[in-house]
Write a protein that binds this ligand. Structure first.
Ligand code: ASP
Length: 481
């Protein structure tokens, strides 16, 4: 039976409206219930929260739910340690109180779990079958090199736009340093670039699978795929068929998961909006204090996504950028709401192959690789954030220091995972490269989740453009010409 079918991206866009209304109608509040008290008391030692503070929370058990800032203000009077970011997040996570939202929240979590479930098998089968195919005609080096050159050039351009805007607008000048949030217990990463390189080679590949260490999984899959093309004919044919059939199955599972996208995204956005709507004062203060910084980041991301990348598509690939944009819309919306390029990967692959027409050989190789190492939005954000922090501390960074920021952001983005708020930890490396105080991260903590939505969409948009550029340079005919 033929039935009226609404395109997926429209379904998602339609879901966003009721999701926002839902979030506004049922804002999240905070309250210590019997259950949450038990949970906090159990895990408090892990966060070095004293027994005295935990028992102090008992007082709040009978109280009405409060907005985030009222709730924290009361608790912090007796226990100022909850000013520290990790402790505060732990407390808020357990004290969230939104009984109505919990009826839909699980749908978002289920959708995210499905997306995460498919990441490792999808990367494994797509890269192995992609590399086996490319390796057989001796093209692997060429396609790999083109991919890396694309990543370096576009990341470089994104950073230049970010640096230009942040130096022009100077959003950090005059920002109150009395840090509202203390970065406190955030585990700052001490990994050097050499360490990140070393992590590419796993000591134990099964551990890498279990821990979702993407760089290691990609490196192993590339080696495996390449050497499939180097073994005897019988094994080669068997393994190539096996992995490409397994990949087909993964794509079928992806298509199945995608059907849940509108419902899953509805729930994720309802939760995001509800969490913000619970405390309009906080939102207002945030916009007043961080408005300029957010505008520079979003403005920079917009220039990169709407001018630079379409220009590259037009000049190097002679395709219609807007047609490609429409083809990958559902993936971009998924990236926006999940704040994870890894979670959006399955949708990106499906859209780039089925709607833009890039061959599985190219997209199966460039997209998983890109979701891990190509992060145009992230590098732009890291540079702008570092300079913003310097400005807020009244430090005028000379050009050579800004070049160090440029290079460290570029290298660090390779090691960042495509997961929510990955940048936050990576910024610590960029800041220490130019001796800026790590506590400065406290300035951007509150606004980070919102900006994460925008930069993740740009990361995914750039990955999808890379697949197109490489496919065209290999002589493929696409559906977006
Ligand atoms: N959330 C981003 C991503 O998944 C990474 C980041 O935090 O910048 O692409």
């Amino acid at each position: 039976m033929k039935y009226f079918k609404i395109a997926l991206h429209w379904q998602i866009i339609f879901a966003l409206i009721p999701a926002s209304v839902f979030g506004i109608l049922y804002p999240t509040k905070y309250k210590i219930t019997y259950d949450s008290y038990e949970k906090i008391a159990k895990d408090a030692p892990k966060y070095s929260i004293s027994e005295q503070c935990v028992s102090h929370l008992q007082i709040f058990r009978s109280k009405e739910p409060h907005s985030e800032s009222q709730f924290l203000a009361e608790i912090k009077k007796e226990c100022p340690i909850f000013l520290e970011y990790e402790k505060k997040e732990f407390l808020l996570k357990n004290a969230r109180y939104n009984p109505i939202l919990s009826y839909v929240e699980w749908m978002g979590e289920l959708f995210l779990r499905l997306l995460k479930m498919i990441i490792v098998p999808l990367i494994l089968t797509s890269i192995i079958s992609g590399t086996a195919g490319i390796g057989a005609n001796g093209n692997l080096g060429r396609i790999g090199l083109k991919t890396i050159i694309y990543y370096l050039i576009t990341s470089g351009l994104a950073i230049v736009v970010g640096l230009f805007l942040v130096n022009l607008i100077k959003p950090g000048m005059g920002t109150e340093i009395g840090l509202t949030e203390s970065a406190g217990q955030i585990e700052f990463t001490e990994t050097s670039f050499a360490d990140s390189l070393m992590q590419i080679v796993p000591e134990n590949i099964f551990k890498a699978f279990a821990m979702q260490e993407m760089l290691s999984i990609i490196a192993f899959s590339m080696l495996f795929g390449y050497f499939i093309s180097r073994v005897g004919r019988k094994s080669r044919e068997f393994l190539t068929d096996f992995f490409s059939s397994a990949f087909d199955v993964m794509m079928k599972i992806t298509t199945f998961i995608i059907k849940f996208a509108p419902v899953g995204i509805f729930a994720i956005i309802a939760k995001t909006v509800a969490d913000q709507a619970g405390d309009p004062e906080k939102l207002l203060l945030l916009v007043q204090g961080m408005g300029k910084f957010a505008a520079v980041v979003v403005g920079g991301l917009a220039i990169h996504a709407l001018i630079t990348l379409p220009f590259i598509l037009k000049i190097f690939s002679r395709v219609k950028p807007f047609k490609h944009f429409r083809a990958v819309q559902a993936a971009l919306l998924t990236a926006f709401s999940t704040r994870s390029s890894a979670a959006a990967l399955s949708l990106t692959m499906e859209s780039v192959e089925n709607k833009s027409g890039v061959s599985n050989k190219i997209s199966g190789f460039t997209l998983p690789f890109g979701a891990t190492i190509n992060m145009n939005g992230t590098v732009l954000y890291e540079c702008v954030a570092a300079i913003f922090i310097a400005q807020a501390y009244g430090i005028d960074l000379p050009l050579n220091e800004q070049i160090i920021i440029f290079l460290s952001a570029l290298l660090v983005s390779i090691g960042s995972a495509g997961v929510p708020m990955a940048s936050l930890l990576m910024i610590s490396i960029v800041l220490s490269a130019v001796d800026l105080p790590l506590e400065g991260i406290g300035l951007i903590l509150a606004i980070d989740p919102i900006l994460d939505m925008f930069r993740t969409s740009v990361n995914v948009w750039s990955d999808s453009c890379c697949a197109v550029v490489v496919a065209k340079s290999e002589g493929e005919t696409l559906k977006i010409q």
